[in-house]
Design a protein around this ligand. Structure first.
Ligand code: C2O
Ligand code: CU
Ligand code: CU
Length: 526
């Protein structure tokens, strides 16, 4: 049997060890309510300079593959000026280092769990799993929630990057602990460059900017505050962009491409520019849109990405443009969550190349062009609150565990195109629904056209209060893949199930617990 997690201690390879499932119950004990840091200790909005996440450096490249080594560790950072906060992160940075992948080149990444065995404040075992959200991964490299890496173990992930260019992210997905692991800092970007996109003339280099949005609440002692009793959500009163509170970015008088991910546990944003000028959406979770979509505002929920262009050319130097968050129902709002960041326009010279948004972007992506079959299989998924837990069709991840991973909501055929309907009959909740292992297009929202900016290849969808959405998807990758709510507190409690894609004419898919028989990185090069 191939076991995917190996001991970090030399000579103590984990192969042969049983798949240990240490904690079946969702973790949400009360840690007692520590005193919160008052808002008077926050920096003034737009005083902290904007910063990019660091870029991950491969330890080696060969003809086909880039090799990375990434350590999960505890570290402290100054998120708020003058205040030290203890975090969990990848290579000691928050956000984690951005992995820049290239379409057609494989990424092999060793993730080593060097976290303390127990979280020092929240007292759960610091096991982890790594999900590349937005890339089609083989089942064993998809961050299956129960395929966990214990402290002191590592796993080598293989991501093939065969799909079109996209703005993805990687984050923790460990069963029942995802919300706290991600909140503590285990999230970063994974951007796939596609040579087919280069000719479009979209902003590149310094004008191609990743924005990782998150929120946090702080204790008086500087630690992250989490209300561990709340199974509805995890909310911050400080908004962070790439780990900086309400940052100020200087921009030149030209177009910028922003690649935004909402990495908040529970908060959905409803964003617009203070000038009233349009945000030009050019893509979302799973690649570029067929054509640019100028909109006055857009919603972005947990796990979603939007790529959009802002043209600062029309503003005279000295103009300040703010990114405003109008919010939506069922967010915990604070006066400090109404604005995200600001841009100050400067007169500096700039490279005029790649300053375009062409009229067509990716008009022939099959995700967007595949016609709806005449008699499609339509499956219905209900989001149900039951016994204090959130469920999908009444099922939870604990039900999947109890079934020894046999329980599936659907069995689909490789190559088939289906319609999946997600239904939220509650007036009091919204759910960001995410289906792994497949790219989708939204074909209706409450029987009507989706929001204009949703006309993009996607994998995560806001399912608002009393809403029903229909997605069309064509399945390609055999194996078991998770379906869940990306409000990570709902996900942990325990709104996650799975489906299986099968290929009757092909070999059986690998188990989500399988992995290469040998470590993929040679110890000599580490
Ligand atoms: Cu962003 Cu299943 O996760
Ligand atoms: Cu995902
Ligand atoms: Cu939910």
């Amino acid at each position: 049997m191939n076991v995917s997690r190996r001991s970090l201690v030399l000579g103590a390879a984990g192969a042969g060890a049983a798949i240990a499932v240490p904690t079946l119950l969702p973790f949400r004990a009360d840690s007692g309510a520590p005193a919160r840091l008052p808002a008077s200790k926050f920096p003034k909005m737009f005083t902290v300079p904007f910063a990019h996440a660091p870029v991950a450096q491969p330890i080696r490249r060969d003809a086909t593959t880039d090799y990375y080594r990434i350590s999960l560790e505890q570290f402290t950072a100054e998120l708020l000026p003058g205040i030290r906060t203890s975090l969990y992160g990848y290579n000691g940075s928050f956000p984690g280092p951005t992995i820049r992948a290239n379409r057609g080149r494989t990424v092999v990444a060793r993730f080593e769990n060097n976290l303390p065995s127990m979280h020092p404040a929240w007292a759960y075992e610091s096991f982890a799993t790594i999900h590349l959200h937005g890339g089609g991964s083989l089942p064993q490299y998809d961050g299956y929630a129960s395929d966990i890496i214990h402290p002191g173990e590592f796993k080598d992930y293989v991501w093939l990057n065969t799909e079109c260019g996209r703005s993805a992210w990687y984050h923790d997905h460990a069963m029942h602990h995802t919300s706290l692991n991600v909140y503590a800092g285990l999230a970063g970007r994974y951007l796939v460059d596609d040579p087919a996109d280069f000719a479009l003339g979209l902003p590149r280099g310094e004008f191609d900017v990743s924005l990782q949005l998150s929120d946090a609440m702080f204790q008086a002692d500087g630690g992250l505050y989490a209300s561990l009793k709340d199974t509805k959500g995890l909310w911050g009163d400080v908004l962070l962009v790439n780990g900086r509170p309400w940052p100020l970015m200087k921009v030149k008088r030209r177009k910028y491409r922003f690649r935004m991910v909402n990495a908040c546990g529970s908060r959905t944003f409803f964003l617009r520019l203070s000038t009233g000028d349009p945000l030009v959406v050019i893509g979302s979770d799973a690649g570029l849109a067929p054509a640019p979509i100028p909109v006055p505002s857009f919603r972005i929920t947990n796990g979603e990405r939007y790529d959009f262009v802002v043209d600062f050319a029309k503003y005279p130097a000295g103009t300040r443009v703010e990114l405003i968050n109008d919010s939506l129902p069922y967010n915990d709002d604070y006066p400090t969550t109404r604005k995200v960041m600001a841009f100050d326009v400067v007169a500096d010279e700039f490279d005029p190349a790649n300053n375009d948004v062409p009229r067509e972007l990716a008009p022939s992506n099959p995700v967007m062009t595949t016609p709806t079959p005449a008699k499609p299989t339509i499956r219905n998924f209900k989001t149900i609150r039951q016994g204090g837990e959130w469920t999908i069709n009444g099922n939870t991840w604990n039900d999947v565990i109890d079934s020894e991973y046999g329980l599936v909501e659907a069995t689909v055929l490789k190559g088939s195109t289906e319609i999946w309907e997600f239904q939220n009959n509650s007036g009091g909740w919204s759910h960001p629904m995410h289906v792994h292992g497949v790219d989708a297009r939204i074909i209706s929202r409450n029987g009507k056209a989706p929001y204009a900016y949703e006309n993009c290849p996607k994998d995560t969808f806001r399912l608002g209060e009393n809403e029903t959405i229909r997605l069309q998807m064509t399945f390609h990758e055999p194996g078991k893949y998770m379906i869940h709510c990306h409000n990570v507190v709902h996900e942990d409690h325990d709104m996650m199930s799975q489906y299986e894609c099968i290929d009757p004419n092909g070999p059986a898919a690998d188990s989500p617990f399988a992995a290469a028989a040998e470590p993929l990185l040679d110890a000599r090069e580490l």
